[in-house]
Design a protein around this ligand. Structure first.
Ligand code: 0RA
Length: 652
């Protein structure tokens, strides 16, 4: 090696030392940067890389982003932007590309004037993705040339080099998540990715986002794919969320208004259902826990509608008081704001704290909504009439709810007779199994560990809360039992659905139903109830789904349980050793076919069972799903059930 080259290499390595320390920090504490190293963190890597391309699109230089899930669960994200700059970084003595890819938080340094709008909770930078990938390969098309660099666990394998000529521009990132980091799973979920990309397309109209999954091919050999593109933006988003509901007004009300340097976009509509669907974003990030922007929206909606109703005399005959909640029954709204320095608070850091966002959204929405009501008297009247009905129903519901809670107080312990409670009173270790049917309930009662496991058999049909007004749900025996067993009480003030979680008696609530169509229906009904009336339980991660085995494979004294077809086939082969007919297979159609001991071993023993924790990845998607599965319109439900044998996206 020549001396000059030697020196160059030495410099190159020297500047790498701090970089290595940075990458090391990310690899040592990955959860600090991407939330966790489970399914969520794994998908976070994609969001991070796609966010960079979205930023390039928002800057006006890119209109197409292509995401590919490859056979080996590696991901390719390609855009047609300007390409990450590749010129020499004067201080670092390395290509700017290498700096972006390897230095923590180096991403936004080039464009100081435009703040990163799609960053925020994400926004930890592509260098984190790099550090957590066993291999990452970057290709940049720029200034007529093709540049590339490859990294292993974030460490460059060679300086940025030119590998060809091209007229196009853009950036392609290809990465494979490191299985040393993602030890739980490295498998990507198509639905999760599709939901996020669909959301991004609605939030950033005009951009085309393509998704291809080569792991899944149809009979003709075509990979599964979707194209996400929206011209109408939030208006279309609201229509998408409400596509399975009956509209109250013909098209969404759209608000686009900038107040005190905070751009505010809102689309809202009313449907004939009884639930409120409010989805909010800050810098393209879903703010599950709401925050100041949502508070500003609610304030403006209540004030403006109330003013209009008072002025128009529509409330004259109404004797009962109307509150904020009544203005939101049947409301679907998407709120999107862009904030320069967002402060995220709350348990999951998805609650906006910036106080100026409240006033901005309040003023922006108040102005435009007021004009809308003045200009659309017919729609205005429909909305106000609906509000009055909501207030009347709320009064009826309060009475019914108070009845349920008063009865509990009167009946001594207040616990339902069908509940087989556990002896511990420490909610942290207590589990409540909601079991389909009395016979399975009986086995579960015998098989359980009564120290910490309680059993509540559910016999009749759970009420479909999607189709019922609130006061009706308190008349349903199974729902009443669930509410009292859980111990949580509903608030009765402004937000009647606020839960008193401190009284929750179990921190694991496990839904255990048969592995058949009825079982999945019951599970969906229970989940819909939790989602609509006790969402905090899902948000806090207290709701689980038990996974009973589908098969028992036997040969002589050997017994093996299987949870999937593949597992069954493998075990039949293993036990049969060529003589597969010596093996017997039992298919479990219901929990009732298992004796208490089997139920314990396979499904209830904490050291052996598998539980699925229910989470709300995307509230909009979950809402869409529940209203479709449980709502009025039959056609989309039938379609969905035909396409997806099992309930879809609410699980992890
Ligand atoms: C900063 C400056 C320039 C491009 C980018 C960032 C950029 C980053 C990413 C990440 C993924 N795709 C991207 N595309 C572009 C270009 C500055 C210039 O050309 O003057």
């Amino acid at each position: 090696m020549s001396q000059a080259k030697d020196k160059k290499q030495a410099n190159y390595s020297a500047s790498n030392i701090t970089v290595l320390e940075g990458l090391e920090a990310v690899r040592k504490r990955p959860a600090m940067y991407i939330g966790d190293v489970g399914v969520k963190g794994l998908h976070h890597l994609i969001w991070e890389v796609v966010d960079n391309s979205i930023d390039e699109a928002l800057a006006g230089y890119c209109d197409t982003i292509q995401v590919t899930v490859n056979e080996d669960n590696s991901i390719t994200v390609e855009d047609n932007g300007r390409g990450i700059p590749t010129d020499m970084h004067p201080k670092e003595k390395r290509s700017a590309l290498e700096v972006v890819m390897t230095v923590l938080h180096a991403g936004g340094k080039f464009d100081k004037d435009t703040y990163k709008v799609s960053g925020g909770l994400h926004g930890v930078g592509v260098s984190c993705v790099n550090a957590l990938s066993s291999v990452l390969h970057t290709t940049v098309y720029r200034e007529g040339q093709i540049f590339e660099q490859e990294y292993h666990r974030g460490v460059p394998q060679y300086p940025v080099r030119v590998v060809g000529k091209s007229e196009r521009t853009g950036t392609t990132q290809h990465f494979k998540p490191d299985d040393e980091i993602f030890t739980i799973t490295t498998e990507y979920n198509y639905e999760t990715i599709a939901a996020r990309l669909r959301e991004l397309a609605f939030l950033n109209p005009g951009i085309t986002i393509l998704l291809t999954d080569v792991r899944e091919k149809d009979e003709a050999g075509n990979a599964r794919s979707d194209k996400f593109h929206s011209e109408g933006g939030l208006r279309e988003f609201v229509e998408y969320i409400d596509s399975t509901r009956e509209k109250l007004i013909p098209s969404p009300i759209y608000i686009e208004n900038e107040k005190s340097d905070i751009p505010v976009q809102v689309a809202l509509s009313y449907n004939t259902s009884f639930s409120e669907n409010l989805v909010s974003y800050v810098n393209n990030i879903n703010t599950h826990e709401g925050g100041t922007h949502v508070a500003g929206f609610r304030r403006a909606l209540t004030r403006t509608l109330k003013n209009y109703a008072d002025k128009s005399g529509l409330l004259e005959k109404v004797k009962i008081e109307i509150n904020g909640e009544d203005f939101r029954e049947g409301l679907t709204a998407v709120i999107s704001v862009k904030v320069a320095e967002p402060q995220f608070e709350g348990q999951t850091k998805t609650k906006l704290g910036n106080s100026d966002a409240m006033g901005s959204v309040d003023t922006a929405v108040g102005e435009v909504l007021n004009n809308y009501l003045e200009e659309h008297p017919r729609e205005a009247k429909l909305i106000v009439s609906k509000v009055v009905l909501a207030a009347q129903a709320r009064h009826a519901a309060r009475k019914a709810r108070e009845m349920v809670q008063r009865k509990n107080v009167l009946s001594g312990t207040g616990l339902p007779g069908k509940l087989a409670d556990c002896s511990s009173t420490d909610p942290g270790i207590c589990e409540l199994y909601l079991v389909e049917g009395d016979s399975a309930g009986g086995s579960a009662k015998q098989g359980r560990d009564r120290n910490f496991q309680a059993i509540l058999p559910l016999r009749g049909k759970i009420l479909n809360v999607e189709k019922a007004q609130e006061h009706k749900i308190y008349e349903n025996e199974e729902i009443k039992n669930m509410i009292t067993a859980l111990g949580v009480s509903f608030g009765t003030q402004e937000d009647s659905k606020a839960l008193n979680m401190t009284k929750l008696r179990y921190h694991k609530v496990i839904i255990m139903t048969d592995a058949d169509v009825d079982g999945s229906h019951i599970r969906t009904l229970i989940l819909t109830f939790f989602y609509r009336y006790m969402r905090a339980l899902i948000e806090n991660g207290y709701i689980y789904i038990a996974l009973p085995p589908l098969y028992l494979v036997k040969k002589g004294k050997q017994e093996r349980y299987c949870w999937t077809e593949e597992e069954r086939n493998a075990i039949v082969q293993e036990l049969g050793e060529g003589k597969e007919d010596s093996v017997s297979i039992q298919r479990y159609k219901g929990l009732g076919e298992m004796n208490p001991e089997q139920l314990w071993t396979t499904t209830m023993d904490p050291s052996k069972r598998t539980l699925k924790q229910v989470s709300i990845e995307s509230a909009a998607e979950a809402d869409h799903l529940f209203s479709m599965l449980m709502g009025d319109e039959v056609a989309p439900r039938r379609d969905f059930i035909e396409k997806n044998a099992r309930y879809a996206r609410v699980d992890v």
